[in-house]
Design a binder for this molecule. Structure first.
Ligand code: HEC
Ligand code: HEC
Ligand code: HEC
Ligand code: HEC
Ligand code: HEC
Length: 433
């Protein structure tokens, strides 16, 4: 993961580096039981056993009052379950909490944030919308060692009390004064403001899929962890007005992993996003260790997402066009002339799996051709010219050639098939053999 693009952690980073240096100089550090990636792995075991570094935040429940006031009931503990004192007086290290809340409007599968704000690019002067945690709320004790975080931003008047909402909170525990680092923990909870059970979930991709490659997927200096939290801010409306790029999660994640293979990048452009304080992340050189067309790497149902079929069932201009960024659906450019005005027709042609390898269905279009059985081309329908007749074939005249065109099973092939895929494919593969 990159250096934190957001948040107030620059000063802390310097402190962390200093601490690392001190820790390395501290001779005689004993095995501590902390992961080698953790700075605590280098600490004195006596201090560590006292401080018990680490942090676990849990969102226990969430509510939105009639006036739009949103609150999260949270527990803050160390990894062994000891309740922490956020002021850092009774237990080591001050703890901060910040939350964001979003609604999934009925009939949609996308979150709309209640903590979004307008942004203006200092580079282009263009404006856009972004989302961050509500950091200006208040944390008050409940009395049993747990806390309520009340957000300062309110849900808009008339908000739908029956719609699925998600509360997402993040917290930090600053142990730098003990020679350790700042620890982060985040959690989300789906709820319905009227108290009814949640019946419409959002569960398209699970973090476990990402963690097959990433170490404990997190971003923004550790403040954001888990795909369930990323989707709350990386909403459809979110964009980077400096580059013009979308921050919408499916678009951003698809594009990042296409990286150097993005048609726009291959055409010589860069895929960049401007982050915190004007820092620029350039993903044009991401060399993904898998084939981005292998959708199952992230969308396999084995990771447990209840909406794991959506990668084909909800094909869309945004999600598909992210990787295929040379397709203009409004004009039909690079989409065999087929103009698409919205997402309603996509799944009619791009269903999960058709009969022909390499047809327009999602699985077959994304088969890596090198993975096909090179010894078995029997699936190719083939093209058979027959009944060839030449008339008017005398000197000075224009000859007319007539023939039949059928596949290997004897089905007629229309000439119009030859100009389009997979018609093109029958020919290319048949004659290429
Ligand atoms: C097959 C391996 C693989 C999987 C699975 C994977 N990623 Fe990545 N991801 C990468 C690689 C490689 C990079 C580029 C790292 C670099 O250049 O710094 C990357 C980069 C990123 C970045 C850009 C920031 C960074 O760390 O450089 C984000 C954000 C990201 N991935 C999110 C995700 C999410 C979310 C998922 C799950 C939905 C996911 N990744 C699944 C391999 C993977
Ligand atoms: C609380 C809101 C919020 C959450 C949660 C969040 N992001 Fe972001 N993210 C933003 C904003 C705002 C930007 C753009 C501006 C910026 O980076 O300052 C952004 C930008 C990015 C970028 C673009 C590069 C960059 O450094 O700006 C990447 C990559 C990214 N986020 C990955 C993630 C991942 C992965 C997660 C989940 C683990 C996540 N974000 C969770 C708000 C959020
Ligand atoms: C590196 C991980 C990764 C890979 C590989 C990947 N996706 Fe995705 N995809 C995501 C993420 C993350 C989302 C957003 C999940 C969410 O909204 O909760 C997403 C969302 C989608 C959606 C939108 C679904 C909806 O709810 O509207 C579609 C469609 C989709 N992907 C199609 C594909 C296809 C087709 C492929 C393969 C050609 C693919 N994806 C490969 C990570 C990936
Ligand atoms: C994560 C990136 C990614 C996503 C998302 C994605 N594709 Fe692809 N797609 C690829 C790659 C890589 C290829 C193979 C290289 C190529 O031909 O461009 C490909 C090839 C194809 C092909 C074959 C085209 C040809 O010219 O060979 C079709 C059709 C296709 N994709 C349709 C879709 C549809 C429909 C969606 C959305 C449901 C989608 N793709 C989403 C990466 C993606
Ligand atoms: C009437 C059928 C039809 C509809 C509807 C349709 N497509 Fe396609 N699409 C095709 C065909 C045919 C191809 C070419 C397949 C090939 O080259 O193998 C294609 C190719 C694609 C490709 C690959 C383009 C490339 O890079 O070569 C993408 C991405 C794609 N479609 C996305 C979509 C999306 C998103 C929608 C809905 C907005 C959609 N399609 C609606 C028939 C359709």
């Amino acid at each position: 993961m990159r250096i934190p693009p957001l948040g107030k952690s620059k000063g802390k980073l310097i402190a962390i580096f200093a601490v690392v240096a001190i820790s390395i100089l501290t001779a005689g550090s004993v095995k501590t039981g902390y992961a080698i990636r953790s700075k605590s792995a280098f600490g004195q075991s006596s201090i560590i056993n006292f401080v018990r570094p680490g942090l676990v935040l849990k969102v226990l429940s969430a509510s939105i009052g009639a006036d739009g006031t949103a609150a999260a009931h949270v527990s803050l503990t160390d990894p062994k379950g000891l309740q922490l004192d956020p002021s850092g007086v009774n237990t080591p290290g001050p703890v901060t909490v910040a939350c964001t809340v979003a609604v999934m409007p009925a009939g949609t599968n996308d979150f709309v944030s209640y903590t979004s704000f307008p942004v203006t690019s200092s580079v282009t002067g263009n404006s856009g919308t972004q989302v961050w945690f509500d950091e200006g709320g208040t944390l008050s004790p409940v009395g049993d060692g747990t806390y309520t975080y009340t957000l300062s931003m309110k849900a808009p008047s008339g908000f739908d009390v029956t719609a699925t909402h998600r509360m997402g909170c993040t917290s930090s525990r600053d142990l730098t004064s003990f020679g350790m680092s700042t620890y982060y923990s985040a959690d989300t909870l789906d709820f319905t403001p009227n108290g009814a059970a949640v019946t419409a979930p959002h569960d398209v991709v699970r973090t476990a899929a990402c963690n097959t490659c990433h170490y404990d997927l997190n971003y923004h200096g550790g403040q954001a962890k888990g795909v369930d939290l990323c989707v709350m801010c990386h909403v459809q409306a979110a964009s980077d007005p400096s580059s013009g790029n979308s921050l919408y999660l499916p678009v951003m994640v698809h594009k990042i992993h296409m990286g150097e293979n993005l048609p726009s990048v291959q055409a010589g452009n860069a895929y960049k996003i401007y982050g915190y304080m004007g820092s620029v992340s350039d993903f044009s050189d991401v060399a993904y260790p898998s084939d981005p067309g292998q959708c199952a790497t992230c969308h396999d149902p084995k990771y447990g997402a209840t909406q794991s079929t959506y990668y084909y069932a909800k094909a869309s201009i945004a999600a598909c066009g992210a990787c295929h960024d040379d397709v203009n659906f409004a004009t039909g450019l690079n989409h065999p002339g087929l103009v698409q005005v919205d997402d309603t027709q996509c799944a009619n042609c791009h269903w999960l799996q058709g009969e022909l390898p390499l047809d327009a269905s999602i699985k077959n279009a994304h088969i890596n051709p090198s993975a096909l059985n090179q010894d078995d081309w029997s699936w190719i329908p083939g093209m058979v010219f027959g009944n060839l007749q030449v008339t008017n074939g005398t000197a000075g005249n224009m000859p007319t050639i007539t023939f039949t065109l059928k596949d290997k099973s004897g089905n007629a092939i229309a000439l119009s098939e030859l100009t389009k895929s997979p018609g093109r494919l029958y020919a290319v593969l048949e004659f290429g053999l």
